[in-house]
Design a protein around this ligand. Structure first.
Ligand code: HEM
Ligand code: HEM
Length: 189
């Protein structure tokens, strides 16, 4: 058995698998933090820390998502499985694009909220991402986009996960398995 780094025509490699699960888990974690921190009042001990973590982890996620974007544009992804029907292939392509684009919109709109007043975003006090620009209504509009696109992507990720589980448990095919396992037999491509 050997570990494959890059995608092959039949499998996802280590880079795609690690980035997929890192992004998926971080997205869900940030959603929970974002939703919970909005319920806190000024006197709660987490009032300052949680938004700081939310923004810090979010900016790190932005870097990972941009890396996955470059990876996806340069490395050919595996071919569709033969048992996938035409409508499944088309709808999964649309869903994957929407998920990728939606996560990016949530991240960029998140960045645009606190930077609207010109202040940069500190990442765990290691360093600061500077503010890019400040437009009229930026804070309110990006706040709305951030909230509703975050909810939409959460819903779509449930449909997406449901589809993966349906392929695994009902169709009993390799769809989920090839996004989970990173090793192959050496005589397999
Ligand atoms: C994909 C990653 C992210 C997810 C899933 C996410 C999710 C959320 C959610 C669900 C809320 C609560 C929205 C509400 O109920 O109004 C929120 C609020 C917020 N998020 Fe994020 N967020 C992400 C990334 C970021 C980033 C990168 C930043 C900034 C660097 C950021 C900054 C904020 C701010 C400032 C708020 C408070 C909004 C307000 O005061 O209206 N988020 N986020
Ligand atoms: C917020 C959460 C998630 C996001 C943003 C997300 C996003 C994506 C994207 C963009 C792809 C296309 C990958 C590529 O072309 O390289 C993909 C593929 C995949 N995802 Fe997710 N995903 C999430 C959660 C999940 C969960 C929870 C599961 C399983 C229960 C899952 C299972 C899969 C599988 C099996 C594939 C490969 C599909 C195929 O080969 O056609 N994902 N995901």
């Amino acid at each position: 058995m050997g570990i494959i780094l890059t995608d092959t025509p039949t499998r996802y490699g280590l880079v795609s698998v690690l980035m997929h699960w890192l992004i998926a888990m971080t997205y869900l974690g940030l959603f929970c933090i974002g939703w919970y921190m909005m319920t806190l009042d000024y006197y709660n001990p987490w009032y300052i820390a949680l938004p700081h973590w939310h923004k810090s982890i979010g900016m790190l996620l932005l870097v990972v998502v941009l890396c996955l974007g470059v990876w996806r544009l340069t490395v050919k992804k595996p071919l569709n499985l033969e048992n996938h029907l035409g409508w499944e292939v088309k709808s999964s392509r649309i869903a994957h694009w929407l998920l990728g684009l939606g996560v990016l919109i949530v991240l960029v709109s998140g960045y645009l909220i606190p930077t609207a007043e010109g202040s940069g975003i500190s990442v765990f006090n290691w360093g600061t991402f500077p503010a890019a620009f400040s437009l009229p209504g930026q804070e309110d509009i990006s706040g709305l986009v951030h909230r509703y696109v975050a909810y939409f992507i959460l819903g779509l990720s449930f449909v997406h996960a449901g589809a993966a589980l349906k392929h695994h448990f009902i169709d009993k095919d390799d769809t989920l398995r090839r996004m989970l396992s990173i090793s192959i037999n050496r005589n397999q491509s």
